[in-house]
Design a protein around this ligand. Structure first.
Ligand code: SIN
Length: 292
């Protein structure tokens, strides 16, 4: 599929050369025809942002990104985000190296989550680049929260409308949290800056498409409900949100880069390659306050 058709009589623009091939039914395309390290024209940026909003996960093969060129590509999409609890690359404060060593038992990004929803303005998306891969495994799973929302009954949609949920950094980055590592720059304490409240269903800022916006990584409770009610509803939404038909799976190859839309997907980094090293490099693009 060509991403933006040529208008009759119009000169071909670089964006017209981009093609997309779906990798699953609800989300995810492989994009060909772009060098992420150098193609940063406004037309390309516009085409990529539209494709991201529509397909939610964009996969680019055979790229060659340095920390600098990955950062420049991120800047072409928006202002870069900085993670409050994760140590950045020493020379590039907007770049994070996600390294799992052969004997590591903890796995950054393991478990379904949406990035940094404990912030008032969570990231728009992430650009992840494969630097060094294990001989097998280490895939990343994505689940479309827009498809998950669409599949709910009108009665459930009506009940979720108007609900808000609390998102906290403490589950992952608090003392004893799942992602606490020696490299963490700080430890989140429950009730400190790590808590934000967001609608349970949000509208995509570019398309208006609605999506579930709760995730097991950071969402702790639904406001205004008893704990037992909130736990039961969240457990249902967490399970429903990652039903197999709403997912796609990215198998990394050296030089693969992926951008995901953090407003409409959850993701999960698999750790099934014990004894091997995996090195990914990540740049994030700042987002806006989620709106119902
Ligand atoms: C992340 O959650 O950003 C990491 C994903 C991955 O390493 O596959």
């Amino acid at each position: 599929m060509v991403m933006s058709g040529l208008r009759e009589g119009a000169a071909a623009s670089p964006a017209d050369q981009l093609t997309t091939t779906p990798i699953a039914g609800h989300l995810g395309v492989e994009v060909e025809g772009i060098d992420l390290g150098s193609d940063h024209s406004p037309e390309i940026t516009h085409a990529l942002r539209s494709a991201l909003a529509k397909h939610q996960v964009l996969v680019f093969r055979d790229q060659s990104l340095t920390p600098e060129s990955q950062q420049r590509f991120g800047e072409s999409l928006g202002s870069l985000g900085r993670h409050p609890y994760v140590e950045p690359n020493a020379a590039h404060p907007d770049v994070v190296d996600i390294i799992t060593n052969p004997d590591d038992t903890s796995n950054f990004g393991g478990g379904w989550h949406t990035d940094v929803t404990f912030l008032a303005e969570p990231d728009l998306g992430s650009i992840l680049y494969a630097v060094d891969l294990p001989p097998y495994g280490g895939d990343t799973l994505f689940a479309s929260q827009a498809a998950a929302y669409d599949a709910l009954s009108e009665t459930m949609k009506g009940m979720l409308d108007g609900l808000h949920a609390v998102h906290s950094a403490s589950l992952q980055y608090g003392a004893g949290g799942y992602s606490t590592k020696a490299s963490a720059v700080a430890t989140a304490a429950a009730g400190e800056e790590g808590d934000s409240v967001h609608p349970v269903v949000i509208s995509h800022p570019d398309t208006g498409r609605r999506a579930l916006y709760v995730n097991p990584g950071f969402t702790t409770r639904i406001k205004g409900m008893r704990k037992s009610e909130s736990d039961a509803l969240l457990q249902f939404l967490f399970r429903h949100g990652v039903r197999e038909e709403f997912t796609c799976r990215v198998r990394w190859r050296p030089g693969t880069a992926v951008i995901w839309d953090n407003r409409s997907v959850m993701h999960h980094a698999l750790h099934d390659y014990a004894g091997h090293r995996r090195h990914m490099r990540r740049v994030t693009v700042r987002g806006t306050r989620p709106q119902p």
